[in-house]
Write a protein that binds this ligand. Sequence first.
Ligand SMILES: [Mn+2]
Length: 353
Amino acid sequence: MVSQQRVLEKTAALKELMKTAGLDGLVITNNIDQFYILGFYFYAGETVLLLYEGGLICFTRQLYEAPLKKMFPFIEVIGQDKERTAAAVAAAARLGLKRVGFDAEKENYMAGSLFKASGFVETDSHISLLRQTKDEYELAILRDSCRIAYETYEYIKPLLKTGVSEFEVAAEMEKFMRIKGASATSFLTIIAFGENTANPHHETSHRKLKDNEAVLMDFGCIYNGYCSDITRSWWHGDKEPEEYTKIWHIVDKARQSGIAAEKPGVAAQKVDATARGIITDAGYGEYFTHRLGHGVGMEIHEEPCNDQTTNAVLKKGNVVTVEPGIYLPGKFGVRLEDTTVITDTGADILTRK
Ligand SMILES: [Mn+2]
């Protein structure tokens, strides 16, 4: 539950951005953005928020009206089961708002067309910008979310026996995370055995684990609304091929170098280049086929991203993954991933105990 104080802080920060953009109103229709502002989880399409200098109006389903009024006495809550987008447009006119923005990137075609026809203007993703920098409240939750993911790895690793299927392992891990308080997985759990580890986005299957083959798991949970993301790879059995050991250590060095390169003021592109350089110099550059990492928060993929094309510069409070990999088609692959937070002087690993 988010405090009323925090709602006021978030809306104040958003109003500052609105002022800079010359807006006297903003409609918020994305349910994750709404969760960020109110700490209340609406499903997609249920709610329209209208923020303006004088207040915040929430057009939502009838059934939420009473609980929301109780939670947020300073918000106007209007419960109606239809035409909420039109109601927000009418309210903006009634309030005499001159320049109301909507987040064009996140809007669906129907609502966006109505907003445009009503004179609303397309704006940048102001809330996405705010969401990039995590405050102490959010970091405390992200630490818990990432710790649960790490503990799941520690729990499952000794349970991996020859003959178990990828689906069985995924189910056991997901149950463990739920019991720890997670509401869901943050994406589809990836469990890969043998040659499946060479596919970076393998779809978990009925494939059974054999003696002496590679294991890769990439997973995370949503805990109090915030995602975690971790990947671990190891060899199952006592006949680990030399090449597997070799690429594991290269990837681990790339992971450590990437994290060591992270600090405020550093270009995210440089973090990617640092880790990628380790793999390229070792002769495996063509087998590292994806970006180094991505932001993590209320969604599993957010800005900023550690990749080769970004203009992002890392800031204190960004939460980003570092996940280098080497994938040898038909043989095996290794990916090692930690979720990290940018601090005053560097980066801390969150996916640990
Ligand atoms: Mn990831």
